[in-house]
Structure formats: C-alpha cells, structure tokens
Design a protein around this ligand. Structure first.
Ligand code: GLC
Length: 414
C-alpha cells in the first residue's frame, strides 16, 4: 500500500499538469541527440574523453527555471544520468564519471537547478537510465553492443548496488524530489531468460528515502507493483501513433503522464529544426488534461548551456496562454464528457470546462444526461453562451464558429 504522503504527492502531481523534460548531457556537444554513442558506435573509452571538453559557459539555472515558471510549468524532469552512463550531478558513487569531477566546468548543475526550483516553487524530478553504455559491470543488453567494452566484467550485483547508491545521493543531496523517471529496462526485453531488474526492492528504497517521491517507469508496459505514475512515450494515453504504447492499458489507479518532444528529438540535435508550433503544443497540453494526464514537454539544451531560441520562443507563447487559461487546466481532472473529435473537457469542483480545439459549426452538442449544466459562458470574456436542453443532453450555441487555439466554455455543474 502506498503511504499517505505518497498518495498526496500523486494527487499534487496530477494538479501540476505541465512539466518540462530536459535531456542534457555531454552528448549535447556532438549535436546528434542522446543516442549518439550507440548510433555511431563510439568506442566507450573515446566517448569518455568528451567530459574533459564540456564547459557550458552560458549555463544559468535560474534563467532556465524562470523561463519555465513564466511559461506556467510546474515541474521539470532532468536527465540525472542517461544511457551514456555519465552522471550530471555530484556522484561519489560514479567513480569520477560525473560533471563535477570529469569536466572543467566542475559545477553540480543539478544542485543549481534544485536551488532555482526551490526559489521559483517548481518541483524537480529525475530521469534515470537503467541501462548503461559506459560501465563494465552493466550486464549487456540489446543496445550498446559495438562500443568496444570488454564483456568479462559484467556483474549485476555490483551494477545494482551502484544504481541504488546513486538514488541515495539523488534523494539526499537535493531536497525534496518529485519523482524518479526510469527508462531503459527494455534493453533486456529480448532476453531468452527474463531479466530480473529487482525493481520492487529498488522502488522500495526510493520510497523509503523520500516517501513522497513518485516512481515512474518508461517500460511501455502495464504498471508494475510500486509504480506511482504511468508513462506514455510520444503519445497521449490510449493512443499508439509512435508505436511504443501498443501493449499498454490506461490505468485508472495512478496519475498519467505523456512525454513529448518540442522538436523531433530529445537531446540537442544541431540539424533538427522541426519544432512543433505553439498551437500544437498548447493543444497537446489541453488534450492531455482532458485525458486526465500531465504533459511532459521536452527541451534539449545546447552544449553552451542555453536553451534553444526556438524553445524559449514557444515557452513564452505558452506562458501567454497559460496565464489566461491556466485555471481551466491546472488542478483539474478529465471532465464529464470524454474526449471527442472536437476537443476535451476538464473539471474542477463544480466547474466544467469544455475545450473546443477544432470545430466547424456554431452549434456543439454535449451528451450530458446525468448532471444539470447551467451558467454557460465563454471563459475568455465571460460572455453568455446559449444552452438548449434536450433529452439527450445540451446544445451549445456559440456566438461564432470557434477559431481560437482553444475556445473554452465554462459551466456550473449540479
Ligand atoms: C526513449 C529513449 C531515450 C529518451 C526517452 C524519453 O526511451 O531511449 O533516449 O530519453 O525515450 O522518453
């Protein structure tokens, strides 16, 4: 049974609705995403020379966090250690392979982010890779096989202890942490003998260190015991366009979170200019909320420590929208009417918000028969919207064909 603190944290997590995912590591220097080591079969000893050249001279945690705050973001999920095995924090357990000891920068960027987050009231979560392309004790899986690593030193016990030592660091050095976001168990999905990651014990350690720290795992499967969040990669709950969520049933027991890229990739890619429009991103957030899920929107910071200008521009525009419409998203749950082709509904207390994202007519029908709706008005300016009751529900008569990013109509529910 989850503890009372844990249950409270789950509900607070659901209230937050919008998070920023940050994929940042020494791979940013290569400008080809966080998989570059594997994708280009870079020898592990050669890759390990990258940190000595990592000096993100323009990194300023406070500038990042301020930009997130102004966008209406309530949490960030930062890559504490990605598949390349490099720890982006002060980790004694990492035997020197970390940002403080192996780079000329020497600064613990996670400490700086933690301080900035505390100042701006933003929750800090950690992404953590279960698989590792650097350590020799990691039992080789389906990826990272051409990196020149000797295979005679694989030792699960030693690797498992290392990971657990890192959780102790992550959960004692940086104040309260919102969640640990695991990724990579799929590295052993193809094993002939099922691989035992000893997840339950690891989750228990996390919950012992910080009972309110939620555990999520991007394993693309149904929930395992001890997991507090269900994660959907590049898709909203119930969809499977990206091909990761085929084997998943949407849980109605834990908070849901969908992670999405702002451009095409997670880690900084120097040739990727394919950014989603602000409208698409806002509609994604609204869709997620209507499905009772959070949106974790990714940014890949540059090697110099700055956020890409394209991302900053979108953050600013999202902030303009959330400052006006945030009330219809934050703290809500999926509403009375399940998602439709025209949009979604959200709900908070006795308020129902109908979010019309795409609709060609002035009339819109809401199939609500078990509740009484009244007091319909446009959220934007409070102007009355005519509501006609029928046996099957309510017909809304809008003043005009909706053409905003999100035309929100507010109702009182009895
Ligand atoms: C995938 C990728 C990884 C990325 C993650 C984000 O699992 O392996 O690089 O961090 O998706 O959802």
């Amino acid at each position: 049974m989850p503890s009372a603190e844990n249950l409270k944290a789950r509900s607070e997590f659901q209230d937050k609705k919008l998070g920023i995912f940050l994929h940042w590591g020494v791979y940013a220097m290569m400008g080809q995403g966080e998989w570059v080591m594997n994708n280009r079969n870079i020898n592990y000893e050669e890759y390990a020379k990258l940190p000595a050249g990592f000096y993100p001279s323009k990194f300023n945690a406070e500038e990042w966090v301020k930009a997130f705050k102004e966008a209406g973001v309530n949490y960030i999920t930062f890559t504490s250690r990605h598949h390349d095995g490099f720890s982006m924090f002060n980790s004694k357990a990492s035997e020197g392979y970390n940002i403080v000891e192996a780079t000329p920068f020497k600064r613990d960027v996670i400490k700086e982010l933690a301080d900035a987050c505390a100042k701006y009231g933003i929750t800090l979560n950690f992404y953590y890779s279960h698989l590792d392309w650097h350590r020799l004790d990691y039992p080789l899986g389906s990826t990272g096989r051409q990196l020149g690593r000797p295979t005679d030193q694989q030792n699960w016990k030693s690797y498992y202890n290392f990971m657990n030592a890192q959780f102790t660091e992550l959960l004692t050095q940086y104040g309260p942490i919102g969640a640990i976001w695991f990724d990579g168990v799929w590295d052993h999905a193809g094993d002939a003998v099922p691989f035992d990651w000893q997840l339950e014990e690891q989750y228990a350690l996390i919950h012992k260190l910080q009972p309110s720290c939620l555990v999520g795992n991007n394993h693309h499967k149904n929930l395992n015991p001890g997991e507090d969040i269900q994660i959907f990669e590049r898709d909203l709950p119930g969809q499977n366009n990206a091909g990761f969520s085929g084997g998943m049933q949407v849980s109605d027991e834990v908070p849901l979170e969908s992670c999405q890229t702002m451009s095409d990739v997670w880690g900084y890619n120097i040739t990727d200019a394919h950014f989603k429009s602000t409208k698409e991103l806002i509609q994604m957030l609204v869709h997620a909320a209507g499905l009772n899920a959070n949106l974790l929107m990714n940014i890949g910071p540059q090697p110099d420590g700055q956020l890409p200008a394209e991302s900053l521009k979108r953050l600013k525009e999202i902030g303009e929208w959330t400052s006006q419409y945030g009330e219809t998203i934050y703290g809500t749950r999926g509403g009375l009417v399940t998602p439709r082709d025209w949009g979604v509904t959200t709900q908070k207390g006795n308020k129902l918000y109908v979010h019309i994202l795409k609709w060609q007519d002035k009339g819109l029908f809401l199939p609500v028969t078990d509740h009484k709706l009244s007091n319909a008005k446009l959220f934007k300016d409070g102007s009355q919207v005519k509501l006609v009751k029928s046996k099957e529900g309510y017909l809304l008569e809008l003043p005009a064909v909706p053409d905003d990013i999100d035309t929100v109509v507010e109702f009182t529910i009895d």
